[in-house]
Ligand binder design. Structure first.
Ligand SMILES: Nc1nc2c(c(=O)[nH]1)N[C@H]1C(S)=C(S)[C@@H](COP(=O)(O)O)O[C@H]1N2
Ligand SMILES: [Mo]
Length: 335
């Protein structure tokens, strides 16, 4: 990708200030959280979070480095598999899936290899993770991820993944349907889009200051009907364990019928809107990245064909399927 200089107009200082505050003063905020999260199950999760002795999980040689996003996190895995979501292909190797990543925030200036992202995530602190919900909904405020998971429950689903750059994989995600979370947050009926934002943590994500030409923070969005589709999934785990940092810990979106860049990682903000927002890739490279970005073998990327895909890392090449094989469940959204 070229060094595209993007004007700084995207900067939203107010928002950044809120997030920095949330991030740097997590434990203070947790004390006051009962006031903010009206109506959410309060109590045990929150009080145990303010315990200064939260355990930090060490790297797991099979899948990588993780923190506890909340106490007791590990005990929720593995979750029961939902047999409605099976695959026509074998699962990818866990080592490949956690060592072949796309996460621009962690690209290292001296080592831009996609297979090196995992080396630079250990400083990423995902403990006591919170998500700010705003916009046109009844329930807005700052929610602790542990509380949301308790409220939503967890299940495992086998999904395909297809990157716009033609690599593909098949993986078991753990999480909950996005529709369940949206229903819980009660958007107003004027809502047309849901916008999501990745944490912008310059101290821990060296790729942000290095790649000054990208319009940080990473932002993605879906139409509300897409977000409510049964396939749209909020993942907190992978291969029966909490998400490794390089795969978007502690909480990411998964939209398997769209190119991978829609599946935004490490989400700290969800906003309900009555218009289509700008997104990271739409702003950065509008000619290449359409807002919809449905997987489609008949629509080539401006610089390459999308007719086939390559399974990581073994290189097995297969025909790309329209909607990544999920047409039965999503084609009606685009008629
Ligand atoms: N915040 C953020 N989310 C992101 C990206 C990114 O660079 N930053 N890359 C996207 C792209 S292009 C892909 S293909 C997937 C890759 O997910 P994986 O590394 O878990 O395979 O994450 C998506 N989510
Ligand atoms: Mo991608």
């Amino acid at each position: 990708m070229g060094n595209i200089i993007v004007p700084k107009a995207w900067e939203d200082r107010e928002l950044r200030a809120v997030e920095e505050h949330v991030y740097l003063n997590r434990r203070e905020i947790l004390r006051d959280l009962a006031v903010v999260t009206v109506g959410l199950i309060a109590g045990p999760m929150l009080s145990s979070c303010s315990d200064e002795s939260d355990p930090v999980e060490g790297p797991d040689s099979s899948i990588g480095d993780r923190n506890f996003a909340f106490p007791g996190m590990d005990s929720l895995y593995p979750a029961a598999r939902n047999s409605n979501y099976e695959l026509d292909r074998p699962l990818s190797d866990p080592f490949d899936v956690t060592h072949y990543n796309n996460f621009y925030e962690f690209i290292h200036p001296d080592d831009e290899d996609i297979k090196s992202i995992f080396k630079y995530v250990s400083v990423f602190d995902t403990r006591d993770w919170m998500i700010q919900v705003s916009g046109l909904a009844e329930r807005t405020g700052i929610f602790h991820l542990g509380d949301l998971i308790t409220e939503m429950g967890l299940e495992e689903r086998l999904y395909r993944h297809r990157c716009v750059e033609a690599w593909a994989m098949a993986v078991p995600w753990t999480g909950f349907p996005f529709s369940r979370l949206i229903q819980f947050l009660e958007p107003k009926n004027t809502v047309t889009h849901v916008r999501m934002q990745t944490i912008e943590n310059r101290d821990q994500m060296q790729g942000i200051d290095y790649q000054t030409w990208w319009p940080w923070p990473y932002v993605e969005a879906l139409r509300i009907e897409e977000a409510m589709n049964e396939l749209a999934f909020i993942a907190t785990g992978l291969f029966g364990k909490p998400l490794p940092k390089q795969n978007g810990a502690p909480v990411r979106l998964v939209v398997p019928w769209k190119y991978g860049f829609k599946s935004i990682k490490s989400i700290v903000k969800i906003e309900f809107l009555d218009h289509q927002p700008e997104t990271f890739w739409n702003k950065a490279v509008p000619a290449e990245y359409g807002f919809l970005a449905n997987v489609d073998p008949s629509v080539p990327h401006p610089r390459w064909s999308q007719e086939t895909e390559i399974m990581i890392i073994d290189g097995d090449r297969r025909a790309t399927q329209k909607y990544n094989g999920y047409g039965e469940l999503v084609a009606h959204l685009y008629e």
